[in-house]
Design a binder for this molecule. Sequence first.
Ligand SMILES: Nc1ncnc2c1ncn2[C@@H]1O[C@H](COP(=O)(O)OP(=O)(O)OP(=O)(O)O)[C@@H](O)[C@H]1O
Ligand SMILES: [Mg+2]
Length: 351
Amino acid sequence: MTENQILELLQTVRHPARQDKSIVELGMVNSVRIDGESVSVTLGFPKRRDPLAEYLIGATRAALIRGGVKNPEVLTVVLEDAAPKKKGVEFDTECLRHVRHIVGVASGKGGVGKSTVAVNLACALARLGFKVGLADADVYGPSVPLMTGTEGAQPMAEEVDGKELILPLEKYGVKWMSIGYFAERGQALIWRGPMASNALKQMILQVKWDVLDFLLVDMPPGTGDIHISLLQEIPMEGAILVTTPQEVALADVEKGASMFRNKNIDRPIFGLVENMAWFTPAEHPDEKYFIFGRDGGARMAEDLGIELLGRIPLVQGIRESGDAGEPAALGTGPDASAFIDLAGRLASKLG
Ligand SMILES: Nc1ncnc2c1ncn2[C@@H]1O[C@H](COP(=O)(O)OP(=O)(O)OP(=O)(O)O)[C@@H](O)[C@H]1O
Ligand SMILES: [Mg+2]
């Protein structure tokens, strides 16, 4: 089955409270995923609970089954704007007017601690007295809600000059925004190409950031289309790259670097952050074990002609505090000072 055939089936699902228009017409079909025999449809609902949501989910499932789909999956996602305009959403950079530095936090590959670094760097910059915001642009696996203990929060919207802006959450002196706030808890987010990039742009361009010294953008892992689209439409000043010290990571960091150095993008890389640079056991805070090799980050930085901006140790506390929603950078340990040092270096580099 093709996406168009699925959409045709969904045309038969009408919203009784909205002039009997179809959910397709109303822009409520957020995504359609077809994987061999299995079909999964995600419906977008406005933040205020639609009393007919359950009915529409059932009707959608029924329409798919009637159309011959075996065991269709119908998921929902809570949206700020349930009926985005058909032909792409128009964004402007008005809400970034009073933001001084927009810095992407990127990596070539996943799982190197990009979100951990982004969240802790944001807290550390705030501790240094800067006004800081963080946009979690990882539409596939948003981690900011968990890492900041703001899961389940429902950001409010406010009309500013005739435009609806989402109010970021404020905690630990930082303004946080994440696509995770708009998904139901524990529900996988399924986005595809243009929808994913729109959602992501919304998290940055439709937010009331007000005056900020730094807006960090936790980029999704990888170097794909979403990244290019993000870099083309967000006036990002430059980026920092996060890596682990292994030899094998070099190729990935290179990929990340070349994305920013691509001639159509051409943004500076402010520095490399070597995460998990060494292991320090909690009970022996003065010991360092270079389990992934020594000075890998420094060598990598030199090879790529990038400054090594910071080295973050691998300590159990960083993971635990991340899971507990209280970033390590807020504490007093050596891990906190590693993030504060990083923040200080970034701040002085950007003036
Ligand atoms: N320095 C560190 N010490 C201990 N644990 C860490 C450290 N850095 C990251 N972690 C842990 O490693 C895991 C992955 O980190 P994180 O989610 O920040 O990576 P990521 O690069 O953002 O991943 P993804 O590509 O999935 O977005 C998390 O459980 C995190 O708590
Ligand atoms: Mg992440």
